[in-house]
Design a protein around this ligand. Structure first.
Ligand code: GAR
Length: 208
């Protein structure tokens, strides 16, 4: 069983998709061992508790500087002894020491087709605002491994979603979640947990 820690900041609908996948059996070989939020009020923490998963908050507000917060965050991750860390709407910069320690073992979901609308400043609704502003006709979501850059790690899976006339950022966000994120995050996790994902020269290979 792959021991998985999920990091969240908000509503936790991607976390829920993973929980549902594990419960339904479409995600196998996964044990969700801990959910960590930087935000005490994140509804994702309730979702974790409702599913019987240990839920922990590590807030930057409780530490005098970033370094101390990073150390506490790394400790909370390490204490769960994970094989894989899933960033499911986690809007905090991951400490570099964690990225080095868990190379190709941290997965992120991003709500666009990387390399469009990603990098510094592109998160949550801002991504969809930018897509609408640019007038793209297709957007989507990407699951990728996390490296030391911002949204630059090896891409595991992507799914396209149409942008429609009259879309607001909120409407587009919901469509991207329903048609892409909630599908490709559990799917990617299942592939990883069943040993089907390898990384060679910065590229992901999925075996049969
Ligand atoms: C999701 O759309 C996720 O892709 C995005 O935050 C949202 C969290 O929603 N993540 C990023 O923008 C990361 N750069 P959720 O809490 O309901 O899963």
């Amino acid at each position: 069983m792959l021991r998985v820690v999920v990091c969240v900041s908000g509503g936790g609908t991607n976390l829920q998709a993973v929980i549902d996948g594990v419960e339904k059996g479409s995600v196998t070989n996964v044990e969700l061992v801990r959910v960590i939020s930087n935000n005490r009020n994140a509804y994702a923490l309730e979702r974790a508790k409702n599913a019987g998963i240990e839920a922990v908050c590590v807030s930057p507000r409780d530490y005098t500087d970033r370094e101390q917060f990073n150390e506490a965050f790394v400790q909370e991750v390490d204490a769960a002894d994970p094989d894989l860390i899933v960033l499911a709407g986690f809007l905090v910069t991951i400490p570099p020491q964690l990225i080095r320690k868990y190379e190709n073992r941290i997965v992120n979901i991003h709500p666009s087709l990387i390399p469009s609308f990603c990098g510094t400043g592109y998160y949550g609704l801002k991504v969809h605002e930018a897509a609408i502003e640019r007038g793209v006709k297709v957007t989507g979501a990407t699951v990728h491994f996390v490296d030391e850059g911002m949204d630059t790690g090896p891409i595991i899976m992507q799914k396209a979603v149409a942008v429609q006339d009259g879309d607001t950022p909120e409407i587009l966000q919901q469509r991207v979640m329903e048609q892409a994120e909630w599908i490709i995050l559990p799917w990617s996790l299942n592939l990883i947990a069943n040993g089907r994902v390898t990384v060679e020269n910065g590229q992901v290979r999925v075996s049969e």
